[in-house]
Design a protein around this ligand. Structure first.
Ligand SMILES: NC(=O)c1ccc[n+]([C@@H]2O[C@H](COP(=O)([O-])OP(=O)(O)OC[C@H]3O[C@@H](n4cnc5c(N)ncnc54)[C@H](OP(=O)(O)O)[C@@H]3O)[C@@H](O)[C@H]2O)c1
Length: 274
């Protein structure tokens, strides 16, 4: 007896070494990129725009930067971004993402949630307010948006993919990273539970290392991470394109991975310098 899941046409093709590597699989579909105007998010916005994806791009309050990104994408790729402004902690803002995706009229197939805050507070200054603020921006808002978008994709025929952004500091302990890294570690765990939640929506995490744009730019520029290059722990600093390619990999509609965290840190947390 043959399994009802057996695909003989496909098996026959493989026996003859014929494989499928489709391209531009997200073209004419909708992808949401929350925090997509930032140093890292804007690179996946560019990569997806080049592919012909309809994009809903969110930011908190820096409207000037959002408009400059919109202009750059239109100039370069001839595509108009749908921009959503506001704090992800606000339910009406999260609703705006869904409404914007709905209005585009193409299937919502993926979302990448880049929104976050470096939450830099010296250990001795940590107080109730700073801990709650970090939890709010690095965990509560992203998780609630993931829930809303995951629910929306789960009821479609094709399902979709959610990608959450953590940090290498969520998987390895770095001194003084308590306020930023611990909510991100919670996000990593939340992603695995969300991955169990829906059968047709995959959920994965990208954990970047020291990257030269966005919230790490000033630290990298100041030389804080130079010792990792000097001692051979990493070959160079991370670039937004490194992160964009990893996010795109998880967004691929036919991707076979869920519930995983991918470190994109050039090997920094392996500490090959020790
Ligand atoms: N850059 C790195 O090297 C690095 C390393 C590890 C992890 N990460 C993670 O990667 C993600 C992106 O970082 P980035 O460097 O691109 O940061 P960024 O340049 O500061 O951009 C952050 C983006 O998120 C938006 N945002 C922030 N808080 C928000 C909120 N409460 N509601 C809605 N939108 C919000 C910002 O909007 P506004 O511009 O309007 O504020 C902006 O679009 C973050 O989650 C960060 O923790 C970055």
């Amino acid at each position: 007896m043959t399994s009802p899941h057996w695909d003989e046409a496909r098996a026959a093709a493989y026996r003859e070494f014929r494989f499928e590597f489709p391209e531009k699989t997200l073209a004419r579909r909708t992808v949401v990129v929350a925090g997509g105007t930032g140093g890292l998010g804007s690179a996946i916005v560019a990569l997806l725009a080049r592919e012909g994806v309809n994009l809903v791009v969110g930011y908190h309050r820096d409207r000037g930067r959002a408009q400059r990104l919109g202009d750059a994408i239109e100039r370069e790729f001839g595509r108009k971004l749908t921009l959503v402004e506001g704090n992800l902690s606000d339910a009406s803002v999260r609703r705006s993402y869904l409404e914007a995706a709905d209005r585009l009229g193409t299937p919502l197939s993926g979302a990448a949630i880049f929104s976050g805050d470096p939450a830099r507070v010296a250990f001795q200054d940590l107080d109730h307010e700073s801990v709650v603020a970090s939890l709010e921006s690095n965990y509560v808002g992203p998780v609630l948006l993931a829930k809303d978008l995951g629910d929306a994709m789960a009821v479609t025929k094709t399902g979709g993919s959610l990608v959450l952004l953590a940090t290498m500091q969520a998987t390895a302990a770095f001194p003084s990273s308590l306020n930023y890294a611990a909510p991100k570690a919670a996000l990593v765990h939340a992603a695995r539970i969300l991955a169990q939640q829906w059968n047709s929506v995959r959920v994965n995490v990208i954990a970047p290392g020291a990257t030269i744009t966005g919230m790490a730019a000033a630290s990298v520029q100041s030389g804080k991470y130079d010792r990792y290059i000097d001692a051979g722990a990493i070959p160079r600093f991370g670039r937004p394109e490194d992160i964009a390619r990893a996010v795109r990999f998880f967004l691929e509609p036919d991707n076979y991975i869920t519930g995983q965290t991918l470190l994109v840190d050039g090997g920094l947390t392996l500490r090959r310098d020790r």
